[in-house]
Ligand binder design. Structure first.
Ligand SMILES: [Zn+2]
Length: 218
C-alpha cells in the first residue's frame, strides 16, 4: 500500500487545465527530474508515478546520479522541502518492502558552515521525512569535523575520509539504523559514518540514498 496521500491535486480532476496552469505559475518551477510541467509540488505527477526504489544488499536508492541529478540539485538549492516529500515517500516504501528491522533513522551530517549557508542539510531533510513516514524516531546522532580540502570535495566519496571526521554526538539507544544521504559515490562517506555508529553500539546499519552508481546487473 502506498504511503502518504499520493497525488495532492487529485481533487482537481485531470482536465482542469486552468487550475493546473495556475498551480504551475504559483510554483514558478519545472520538474527537477524531467524538466516538464510541474503539476504537483516538487516533482511532477508522471515522474512521481515512475519513482521506484531499487535495492542492492543493505542499500536502497532511487536511481543513478545521472537519473537523479535534477532531484539532488533541487533538494540542495531550490524548493528542497517540496522536492523531499515524494522522494522520501519512495525511499520509505523501499525500506518497508525490504523488510529491514530498522529501529531508528539518522543522516550523514554536513559541516556546520554548509548547513548555515543553506539553512538545512538535504540528507537530514530526507531522513526526517522518511522517519515520519515509517513512524520511527529520527536522531541527530553524528557530527562532522571540517577538513581543509572540504571545498574541493563535493564528491567527497571519491577520496578517503580522514579518521575522526565523523564523531558521535550522544549515546546510541537503538541497535538497527537507517542511514540516509543524498548521493553515494564510492560509499567511503557512508562506511565512515557506519563505523562510528557501530563503534557506539549499533548492531545493523542499512542505507537509503537518492542516487547510487550504476553497476551491471542493478
Ligand atoms: Zn517530471
Amino acid at each position: 500500500m502506498p504511503l502518504g496521500v499520493g497525488d495532492p491535486y487529485r481533487h482537481l480532476g485531470h482536465n482542469c487545465g486552468a487550475k493546473r496552469m495556475l498551480i504551475e505559475r504559483l510554483l514558478g518551477a519545472r520538474c527537477p527530474l524531467c524538466g516538464g510541467e510541474l503539476d504537483a509540488p516538487g516533482v511532477c505527477l508522471s515522474c512521481r508515478a515512475r519513482l521506484r526504489s531499487r535495492r542492492r544488499h543493505n542499500l536502497i536508492f532511487l536511481g543513478s546520479y545521472r537519473e537523479m541529478r535534477g532531484a539532488v540539485r533541487a533538494l540542495k538549492f531550490k524548493g528542497g522541502y517540496r522536492t523531499a516529500d515524494p522522494l522520501a515517500q519512495s525511499l520509505a516504501e523501499g525500506v518497508r518492502e525490504a523488510g529491514w528491522p530498522v529501529e531508528a533513522v539518522t543522516a550523514v551530517p554536513t559541516v556546520w558552515w554548509r548547513r548555515l549557508g543553506r539553512g538545512y542539510n538535504p540528507a537530514e531533510l530526507l531522513g526526517k521525512r522518511i522517519a515520519k513516514l515509517l513512524r520511527l524516531p529520527y536522531e541527530c546522532l553524528v557530527g562532522r569535523r571540517y577538513s581543509q580540502s572540504q571545498t574541493r570535495r563535493r564528491r567527497e566519496d571519491r577520496v578517503n575520509i580522514r579518521p575522526g571526521t565523523f564523531y558521535l554526538l550522544g549515546d546510541i539507544e537503538y541497535g538497527s539504523w537507517l542511514l540516509v544521504d543524498d548521493v553515494l559515490t564510492t560509499g567511503a562517506t557512508f562506511k565512515a559514518v557506519e563505523r562510528v555508529l557501530r563503534a557506539g553500539g549499533a548492531t545493523a546499519v542499512f542505507g537509503a540514498v537518492l542516487a547510487a552508481p550504476e553497476y551491471k546487473g542493478w
